[in-house]
Write a protein that binds this ligand. Structure first.
Ligand SMILES: *Cc1c(COP(=O)(O)O)cnc(C)c1O
Length: 379
């Protein structure tokens, strides 16, 4: 099965008993066991639920893994993956990972004795130099948020393997439509399925996927022990969203290309960050490891132009956090998603006060372009 067919027919897509083409929602907490002490397939819904199992099998197929796990949020997935490790274990982490992941690391995981060094993941020398005797894994995102920096997954995984440590990739921005980290040598992929996988800005969910049986056993154990599982209703909604991932991504990409074209040719725009722009630093690596470049675009206006006026002046593109939904969303990281980072640290990592992040939706291209044009004209 090719990818777009897998989106629809992968996992357990059909109910074997009735032939229903959509998986039923099994809203049961427990299951009737016919014999005492047997090995029933289903016993209790934290441990396993048929609706959740369907979407878990689907994400495993899509990421070319052997086991998938669905969680109540991306953050719960990431927390559960880090729970495989112990006090005294050290991690090399991308210096621009998602803000919530940063908070999880600094305010939660450090309390339990996990140790972290942050590095610029696009610089392989820095990555290798940060590895210590007690390093157990490298954790990063590519493309990153909001600067869309690219790191070479295969090269990082190779460094990790040579030190006998694991590679964990947050694949939220690329989605399995565009990039499969496991196929490039990573050991674990995590997702905020809240974004492109769900795709409609109507649910919060997360995934972890692996192709390593020992890791699968461990994550399964932790998913059941910690219990941050995705409920059956949201599992069903997520599977429904994933079925149209391919159709959505194709329109996201078309619209993103038109938006990049507009921004590149408008002299009120000073700089564009988009992995599909041949002038962008990570372009060559992105081209090598991604099928397409996604639909997240960041840009800066010329000095003296007010980004607040621009984002508030748009009619169709909504001023909002989050990303990856069918509707176009725009935000100013310095004030919104990355507002909690101290200004000096934020500026050092390249996120200027003027930076604007745009998640290009699947509205009609003409309407999006017209809206952005009239917003720019107001400046
Ligand atoms: C949103 C996001 C997360 C966190 O996911 P939630 O579903 O909000 O918990 C993690 N990583 C990335 C890259 C994200 O964009």
């Amino acid at each position: 099965m090719k990818f777009n067919t897998k989106l629809i027919h992968g996992g357990y897509s059909e109910n074997s008993e009735t032939g229903a083409v959509s998986m039923p929602i099994y809203r049961a907490s427990t299951f009737h066991q016919k014999v005492l002490g047997g090995e029933p397939k289903w016993e209790y819904s934290r441990t396993g639920n048929p609706t959740r199992a369907a979407v878990e099998k689907l994400i495993a197929d899509l990421e070319q893994g052997t086991a998938g796990f669905a969680f109540a949020s991306g953050s719960a997935a990431i927390h559960t993956v880090f729970s495989m490790f112990s006090a005294g274990d050290h991690f090399v982490v991308g210096n621009d990972v998602y803000g919530g992941t940063f908070r999880l690391i600094n305010k939660v995981l450090k309390k339990f004795g996990l140790e972290f060094t942050t590095v610029d993941m696009s610089d392989l020398k820095q990555v290798e130099a940060a590895i210590q005797d007690n390093t157990v894994a490298i954790y990063f995102e590519t493309p990153t948020n909001p600067l869309l920096k690219i790191s070479d997954i295969a090269a990082v995984a190779k460094i990790a393997k040579s030190h006998n440590i694991k590679t964990i990739v947050d694949n939220t921005f690329a989605t399995p439509y565009n990039q499969n980290p496991l196929a490039l040598g990573a050991d674990v992929v995590v997702h905020s399925a809240t974004k492109y996988l769900g795709g409609h800005s109507d649910l919060v969910a997360g995934f972890a996927v692996t192709n390593d049986p020992a890791i699968a056993e461990e994550i399964g154990f932790l998913q059941n022990s910690i219990g941050g599982v995705l409920g059956p209703d949201d599992s069903w909604l997520l599977q429904r969203g994933i079925k149209t991932l391919g159709a959505r991504m194709r329109v996201h990409h078309e619209n993103a290309a038109a938006v990049v074209d507009l921004l590149k040719n408008d002299d009120r725009v000073a700089k564009i960050y988009y992995p599909g722009d041949p002038d962008f630093e990570g372009y060559e690596i992105a081209k090598k490891q991604m099928k397409h470049f996604g639909a997240m675009i960041s840009f800066e206006l010329q000095d003296g132009l007010d980004p607040k006026k621009f984002v508030e002046g748009l009619n169709i593109v909504a001023l909002a956090e989050s990303l990856g939904g069918i509707e176009s969303l725009i935000e100013i990281p310095a004030v919104m998603t990355h507002g909690a980072i101290p200004r000096d640290i934020r500026l050092k990592s390249g996120i200027k006060d003027e930076l604007i992040r745009l998640s290009v939706g699947i509205e009609d291209e003409e309407d999006l372009i017209d809206d952005l044009k009239q917003g720019l004209a107001q400046l």
